[in-house]
Design a protein around this ligand. Sequence first.
Ligand SMILES: [Fe+2]
Ligand SMILES: [Fe+2]
Length: 176
Amino acid sequence: MEFVRATWEKDHEYMSIVGDLLKDEDLLKLDNITHHRYTTRLVHSIFVSYVSYKITKAKGLDYVSTARASLLHDFFLEEREEIELLGMGSHNSAHPKIALKNAERLTELNELEKDIILKHMFLCTLKSKAPRYKESFIVSMVDKYCAISEVSQPTRNWAKQFVGRLQTRLSYGTQI
Ligand SMILES: [Fe+2]
Ligand SMILES: [Fe+2]
């Protein structure tokens, strides 16, 4: 994730779009919550936001709404077990609704931004309707890509080190 952090922080246009949101104390609390096992909910949200911003900008779509709403797509402070006790349904179907409420308290949202937050779990729960906009669909796919990337990062690091050690030993003709 450090690669992402170094990249987005230096991107002045991206920061001018989301900078006001990143000053919010409640949103910053997401950095204290572990997400997808190896990262924080804030870093995950920025990862999704930055990748979605780059894709939608390249495709001539509404990258401003995309960058802002995707940063807020997982804006909830509760743990999985706490959400399930709220009686709003499973974690997968409930947390986008909680994130939308929190996002609306923080900033005014247009219809596209609401759709991005509400539909980001498309295909992960039967309760999520299909995204209405191309941008919402892109964010829902980027969210899945980022989640898989985050969860598999330690395994990929281990595999890379193993291959490195293997190559070194083979080049010296030693046994593994
Ligand atoms: Fe989510
Ligand atoms: Fe997410």
